[in-house]
Write a protein that binds this ligand. Structure first.
Ligand SMILES: NC(=O)C1=CN([C@@H]2O[C@H](COP(=O)(O)OP(=O)(O)OC[C@H]3O[C@@H](n4cnc5c(N)ncnc54)[C@H](OP(=O)(O)O)[C@@H]3O)[C@@H](O)[C@H]2O)C=CC1
Ligand SMILES: CC[C@H]1OC(C)=C(O)C1=O
Length: 331
């Protein structure tokens, strides 16, 4: 009928517009440094899709500390070549698919972390752009009940939270202490621990103004780190998830036989380091919890930041005091 042919026309036009357009707007840095090296260019090549990749028209992106640590040159030994388009987290619409793509098609609304290994050869052309090319296996369909901005807030942080908790052996009836419960990762660790891993008791640390926020996420005990030292409390935990870099103190807060997973900072045994691997299958597994409203996105109210305010967004994230995620929307 008329509407079907119109839809096909629009879809073809969308594809044609991309295949004709060879340049796009993107944030780029050509050298390592502070936010001053970030430039907004309008002549970056639209990425070509490899056989196992899809081309995404970016609707929203989110920032992670790894973006600014990488830009500062902290991972230069294993980084991809400069110049770099930063950005790991993406949400948007598929506009082109590679020849080996199995289940995604043009028009699909997707989200994910574009770099399978965060530190080892991350994407040179990331998500802070109008288009980005991503392997199908790193993506999942966006749940219908959340916006693109909310979807972009999840991937790297929720995969870090989930995979890190899996490694600790947290299971039903065990207790957990989260160091940095109000951050992008910590706010999801609390929710996943409660709703998926069945933790019987969750404690978390943050500063004075965020204690009620911790409880709203599902923490039973909110510890104000400006007033007390968690490791001096009488209560010990089966698991500590360190998202701050306090492993030397975390190991004093576990029960005999407990475990400490640390995602940043120096490691003190028996604590162990964990680094996230991007995986669309994790998002597919968590989608039902998001669709049921059990896991909810947390976007810092300073944002979302529009595309031309990425420098302001990084400056805010780099204060180390963002609540939940710093999102870039609209693009
Ligand atoms: N290994 C891996 O795979 C990954 C590592 N990371 C790393 O983990 C860390 C956390 O990442 P992310 O959550 O995105 O970071 P965020 O920038 O979102 O963390 C900000 C939060 O940290 C809290 N915070 C700061 N200092 C303390 C403290 N002393 N005690 C408790 N909370 C504190 C702040 O709360 P307040 O304002 O109350 O101080 C704020 O809410 C970063 O270093 C990041 O690089 C992140 C993802 C993956
Ligand atoms: C060594 C941890 C490193 O990896 C990620 C993804 C970060 O944010 C880090 O600090």
């Amino acid at each position: 009928g008329h509407s079907q042919s119109r839809l096909e026309f629009l879809r073809a036009a969308a594809v044609a517009s991309v295949s004709v357009r060879s340049e796009m707007k993107a944030w780029v840095y050509e050298e390592y440094g502070s936010v001053d090296v970030l430039k907004l260019s309008d002549s970056v090549a639209v990425p070509q899709v490899k056989e196992d990749q899809v081309l995404i028209k970016v609707a929203a992106a989110a920032l992670n500390p790894v973006d600014f640590k990488r830009r500062q040159g902290k991972f230069k030994a294993t980084d991809s070549p400069l110049s770099t388009v930063p950005g790991y987290d993406v949400a948007g619409v598929v506009v082109k698919v590679g020849s080996q793509v199995k289940s995604l098609k043009e028009g699909d609304e997707v989200y994910g972390d574009v770099s399978e290994e965060a530190l080892n050869g991350p994407k040179q052309f990331g998500s802070l752009a109008e288009y980005t090319a991503v392997e199908e296996k790193l993506l999942a369909l966006k749940p219908k009940n959340i916006t693109f901005a909310e979807a972009a807030s999840f991937p790297l942080a929720i995969e870090t939270a989930y995979q890190g908790l899996e490694k600790t052996g947290l299971s039903a009836g065990k207790s957990l202490l989260v160091l940095g419960g109000a951050g992008g990762v910590g706010s999801l660790v609390i929710q996943l621990a409660k709703h998926i891993f069945g933790a019987s008791r969750i404690a978390a640390t943050a500063s004075t103004g965020k204690l009620e926020f911790l409880k709203s996420l599902g923490a039973d005990l909110a510890i104000d780190y400006t007033k007390e030292n968690f490791e001096e409390l009488p209560e010990k935990f089966d698991v500590v998830y360190d998202a701050v870099g306090q492993c030397d103190r975390a190991v004093k807060a576990i029960k005999e036989g407990g475990s400490v997973v640390a995602i940043t900072g120096a490691i003190t045994p028996p604590g162990f380091r964990f680094v996230v691997t991007s995986d669309g299958e994790v998002l597919k597994k968590l989608n039902p919890y998001i669709e049921e409203g059990k896991i909810t996105p947390v976007i810092d109210p300073e944002g979302p930041f529009p595309f031309d305010k990425v420098v302001e967004a990084f400056s805010y994230l780099e204060t180390g005091h963002a609540t939940g995620k710093v999102v870039i929307y609209p693009i």
